[in-house]
Design a binder for this molecule. Structure first.
Ligand code: FMN
Length: 259
């Protein structure tokens, strides 16, 4: 048996959980390949026996890049088994319930909808900062949770969390508003003269939203607010609403494969 794990991860949390899935399956002699949906050119889904899909949560739901991925994903005639997971600052979020329905329409069989509480990479926008000691506990719990999901999957058992209807309906509204506000919120990013013009943010922006003009990093209006640029900058030269942000994702961002 061999699995493919597709993920999007702005600042490393979703990728970190993906790596834990790979490890957990590998201990059971099952190989899982990881594929970043930012750089998929063609789908090789027919080479695999099962799929895992991981997404971060922005305003209760998945980012549009994940929707676009599902749109392009081939229809599956063999009822391929799928584990869907989200990572978010809260304990739960609505995306997995919505993604389940979309994937079922394409012929996939959802075996697990899992939600992993992780660090809040946008604590300066919503919610609060995840303290280091809390995050260590969160990570330990996440590893246990991954192992539980993998065990159930292998034993052909479903693992689901049933969210209430009103929560999901509310999530659709908040995500719609958030997506509409994105061009305006793109303007919240600026860079200072501390910028060393290494180009790391520019090369790794999932939307190609950053350019250098007159030796200054310029942020355009296609931003998806993934916060990668903020947390990745080696000299912390990017400002959000004019403020310097403490880069709390250092331990996680190193899990991303950067250009
Ligand atoms: C724009 C934005 C909106 C967010 N909205 C939520 C939210 O509604 N609920 C939540 O629990 N976490 C929210 N978060 C936190 C992220 O979902 C969380 O930190 C996630 O694990 C990041 O994953 P990544 O490191 O793979 O990008 C938000 C983060 C961003 C950047």
């Amino acid at each position: 048996m061999r699995g493919i794990l597709y993920y999007f991860s702005g600042t490393g949390n979703t990728k970190w959980i993906g790596d834990r899935f790979k490890e957990s399956f590998s201990r059971r002699k099952i190989e899982v390949d990881l594929a970043n949906i930012e750089s998929i050119e063609e789908f090789e889904i027919d080479n695999y026996d099962f799929m895992i899909l991981g997404t971060p949560i922005y305003a209760e739901l998945e980012p549009k890049i994940v929707d676009d991925f599902i749109e392009k994903l081939p229809v599956n005639k063999n009822n391929m088994k799928v584990i869907i997971y989200s990572t978010q600052a809260a304990k739960t979020a609505s995306a997995v319930s919505i993604l389940k329905l979309r994937l079922e329409k394409k012929g996939y069989k959802i075996m697990s909808e899992s939600m992993f509480q992780m660090s809040n990479n946008y604590y300066f926008g919503v919610g609060k900062k995840t303290e280091k000691h809390t995050f260590n506990v969160i990570k330990e719990n996440a590893i246990k949770q991954v192992n539980g999901v993998v065990k159930s999957f292998i034993n052909n058992k479903n693992t689901r969390v049933h969210l209430n209807y009103f929560r999901i309906a509310g999530a659709k509204i908040s995500s719609k508003i958030y997506r509409k506000l994105l061009p305006k919120m793109s303007k919240n990013f600026t860079s200072t003269e501390e910028c060393i013009k290494c180009g790391l943010c520019l090369r790794n922006c999932p939307k190609g939203n950053i350019t250098f003009e007159n030796s200054v990093a310029v942020f355009h209006s296609k931003c998806m607010l993934c916060m990668r640029c903020i947390h990745i900058c080696p000299v912390n030269a990017i400002r959000y609403k004019g403020k310097m942000i403490e880069q709390t994702q250092n331990g996680m961002i190193k899990n991303l494969i950067l250009k």
